[in-house]
Design a protein around this ligand. Sequence first.
Ligand SMILES: O=C(CO)COP(=O)(O)O
Length: 261
Amino acid sequence: MKKLLIIGNWKLNNNKKIILDFCKKLNSYLSTINYDHHLKISIAPPILHLETFNLILQQLHNNHISLTAQNIDVNILGSFTGETSISMLQEIENIKYVIVGHSERRIHHNETKELIAKKFKLVKSFKLIPILCIGETKEEKNANKAQKICKEQIDTIIQLVGYQAFDKAIIAYEPIWAIGSNQSASTNYIQYMHQFIRHYISRYDINISKKLIIQYGGSVNKKNALEILSVKDVNGVLIGNSSLDCDQFIDIIKCTKLIKY
Ligand SMILES: O=C(CO)COP(=O)(O)O
């Protein structure tokens, strides 16, 4: 049975009232099912709401939902107005994962591969789990460069931290052209890219590559989740829009029960 990690990336959405309703509903759904430990569920709310989310989870005596941070600064402390550091995040009890290198940060905040590698290293050194987002643009895909781009994004991490960095780390393959487009990549294409990523890591260490969690992200919804999660080298999904609505998020979780191994 493969492990599955389902994460809702809320980006810049939702407020305290929605968080409360969402947590109650999700928690009560999870407490009614026979919870499968091969399945992990996490939510990445805006950083400002992580503490609220955490308090609600504690009040609900939750032990099924963890928290993910959408980003961190590359500095731990100092004069960096407006930033949040990994040491501050580490104080929040339910935090488990930190997203690094999301394409929206690469594009809108000019994050370079080198900066992302430094953030990745920082997350590992604070014993949290980095989720490295990689993926190509439409133009790069059309020019047959998708694998080259993903390889380069992985290589920058390996150069700074070593291939061992991918032990207990996660890669989220998120083709930029599929994000927010309502059109996910085809299952054949997802397998083609995920297999490439796993194979690439296996050239360094076969055991790390076998255990590596590779999530897919890009227009996952309740209609396509089952077929995407059933793809051989998919170990979970990173969901944007469809994770904002708790009912739809629960429907996606329900798909995991239907996967045939
Ligand atoms: O960017 C994503 C998750 O990180 C995917 O977003 P959508 O699910 O809205 O396409």
